[in-house]
Design a binder for this molecule. Structure first.
Ligand SMILES: C[S@@+](CC[C@H](N)C(=O)[O-])C[C@H]1O[C@@H](n2cnc3c(N)ncnc32)[C@H](O)[C@@H]1O
Ligand SMILES: [Zn+2]
Length: 277
């Protein structure tokens, strides 16, 4: 951790500051947390999870990694990195809560100077994020519980297609910090949803609802909608189905039929909300 940043991590057992070491992080009370060989730190205590392997499973995480690597979501990375909050001068402390396999935070950490912290409840996701993006810090943690991160330590918190814990985001953000929420935009993946025989009721726009839920603590400062078409090949279609909740919610026959398609043009749409206090 380079100056001006101090380690913002807190011991999940007692709340004291965690002192970083090469092989281990520990607090003054002697609670130890090993640094895994991939470089991440597991700060998820057993009573903070409902199952042995919570969050996205290995198949979902690897499908998401392949899909990002195919370039189909590159415009999303570019849009995110170009948001005005990242134009602020000087290094920024950025937390990505529900970071998945780390593509978006990884892109940000390459694009600008700062301290980058990725947190996800899925160990597999954090494992492959930390293996690829050594310049960032990665932790396994439950974003819906108290996060092991210091009060008022972050300039920006990202919550992209992930569960939101507004009270914790409010605690962790600096007073002039910004929360970036990414939700599916209008007609996101509409062609795939049609193929999987979802009703039109599933295409609801999510941004107004998200902004309203954030309203007690945050107000909307900026909204950007990114929409584009892209042509997917067979492997990309399979990965996209695997990595989204569509996989679990669609019937086996509809799913098998889509998997047979050699190509499918899809609409990709994301709304990025910037919220401040
Ligand atoms: C749809 S993925 C999005 C990943 C990433 N933000 C992206 O856009 O590529 C949702 C992620 O939220 C994580 N997640 C779900 N519940 C969580 C929780 N309680 N705390 C932290 N992460 C959680 C999942 O493991 C998964 O990696
Ligand atoms: Zn401790």
């Amino acid at each position: 951790m380079k100056p001006p940043f101090q380690c913002p991590l807190r011991c999940p057992v007692c709340g004291a500051p965690l002192i970083p070491g090469e092989k281990m992080y520990g607090c003054a009370q002697g609670h130890p947390f090993n640094v895994a060989k991939e470089g991440y730190i597991n700060l998820l205590l057993s009573h903070q999870r409902k199952s042995r392997n919570p969050g996205d499973d290995a198949d979902m995480v690897l499908a998401r990694r392949r899909f990002f690597d195919s370039g189909a979501y590159d415009p999303l990375s570019e849009q995110l990195c170009g948001l005005s909050v990242f134009n602020r001068p000087g290094p920024l402390a950025v937390l990505d809560c529900g970071c998945g396999e780390g593509h978006l935070l990884g892109a940000l950490s390459e694009a600008r100077d700062g301290f980058f912290l990725g947190a996800d409840i899925s160990k597999k996701a954090v494992q492959i994020a930390s293996k690829r993006h050594r310049q960032a810090t990665w932790i396994v943690a439950n974003g819906m519980r108290q996060l092991p991160v210091a009060d008022a330590s972050m300039d920006v918190i990202l919550s992209i297609l992930a569960p939101r814990n507004l009270a914790e985001f409010g605690r962790i953000l600096k007073p002039d910090g910004a929360l970036l929420v990414g939700v599916p935009g209008p007609n996101h993946l509409i062609e795939l949803r049609r193929q999987l025989q979802f009703s039109s009721g599933d295409f609801k726009e999510k941004a107004d609802e998200a902004a309203a839920k954030c309203a007690p603590l945050f107000c909307e400062a900026n909204r950007e909608v990114l929409t584009y078409q892209t042509l997917l090949g067979r492997e990309q279609i399979a990965d996209l189905i695997q990595m989204t909740p569509l996989f679990w919610r669609s019937g086996p026959e509809a799913k098998a039929a889509v998997m047979q398609l050699d190509r499918l043009e899809i609409t990709v749409s994301f709304t990025l909300l910037t919220l401040i206090r």
